[in-house]
Design a protein around this ligand. Sequence first.
Ligand SMILES: C[S@@+](CC[C@H](N)C(=O)[O-])C[C@H]1O[C@@H](n2cnc3c(N)ncnc32)[C@H](O)[C@@H]1O
Length: 391
Amino acid sequence: MSGQYNLIATTAFGLEAVVARELNALGYAQQRVEDGRVRFPGDAAAVVRCNLWLRCASRVVIQVAEFDATDFGELFDRTAAIAWEDWLPVDAAFPVRGRSARSKLHSVPDCQRIVKKAIVERLKSVHQRDWFDETGAARGIEVAVLKDRVTLTIDTSGDALHKRGYRTASGPAPLRETLAAALVLLSYWNRERPLVDPCCGSGTILIEAAMIGREIAPGLKRSFAAEQWPQFPRGLWDAERVAAAAKVRPQLAERLIGTDVEERAVLAARKHAEATGVADDIHFQRKALAEFRSPRKYGVLITNPPYGERIGEEREVEQLYRDMGRLFEPLDTWSIYVLTAHPQFERLFGRRAERRRKLFNSTLACTYYQFPGPKPPRHDGRVTSMPPHSR
Ligand SMILES: C[S@@+](CC[C@H](N)C(=O)[O-])C[C@H]1O[C@@H](n2cnc3c(N)ncnc32)[C@H](O)[C@@H]1O
């Protein structure tokens, strides 16, 4: 092991470029972007900082080894040759996850079993014992095989990064926090502009926006697996947390607005905003979309309406999309963004999107329809430049 690690920020498909931009902003510009992951070199501080600050990545993992293997013997030998004792204390629990695509080693359970066995054999010979209780803190290992190339990683995050710790109540079909943050970062919103979600559910999009607007680190209120590892001393975590807490900006000048037809959703949204410390930045209210009006100019509307995939829901959802088209038409200075899996969204909404982006809501393929409006004039009457994250 050295002071420099080969790090990987894993992402949901479609979010790689957003995570790459986040890494750039954190100062990690040397990257290789691949499907579902962004590789970059970094030291212990990078592991801490990226866990605390990446809003759209799924996990931060360390690449322990990478090699070609086309049979299980090779997989075993190459894995057993790694100094796992440097990573795994004698009591560590080390569950092995796996995935495989376009490779001779296509059986994921077998890959997991072989890697587990190879690590155990290695540890047996190093520690001169036959049995490991695995009663200590978990260190998740992943074996990923892509086109016969094996990547072995160890997970520094523990719980996936979408688990910020604020979601305690369940709402109808909530978005992952990482995806909600990406919807905001892909939009034209910044803390100076109005922001509305008229189908806000448990409030995820607006809570993530409030955290972005106030520069609240998404990981500030949770812990990470690598906090228990000697390579990442406690002082490093404490220092990064103190620095992150000092960055938090004051309350947003303009409250974000979230409405939903379901009282239960609004109650959950308020609870989550409270838990995040952004309750005063967002106004949540029970209201049907049909009542939506706004006299404001240059606002941003980001929403994730129901998709109508459940039987009996189709008609209602189609009508909702038609209503959205009619109600949003007067908002000619607004930028509008809709995430849905409904294949007929644009036809029902009555407008073709200027940009579309394929994103996954868990495993469901969705499209992020983008209708960017004009940029707001600056106070001196000139047009503002694009916010840094907008694409
Ligand atoms: C897919 S969920 C949104 C989930 C949300 N993004 C979250 O992370 O919790 C869609 C939401 O639209 C709401 N909804 C459905 N029909 C509506 C209507 N006519 N007016 C307002 N909200 C509606 C539902 O109650 C539900 O909360």
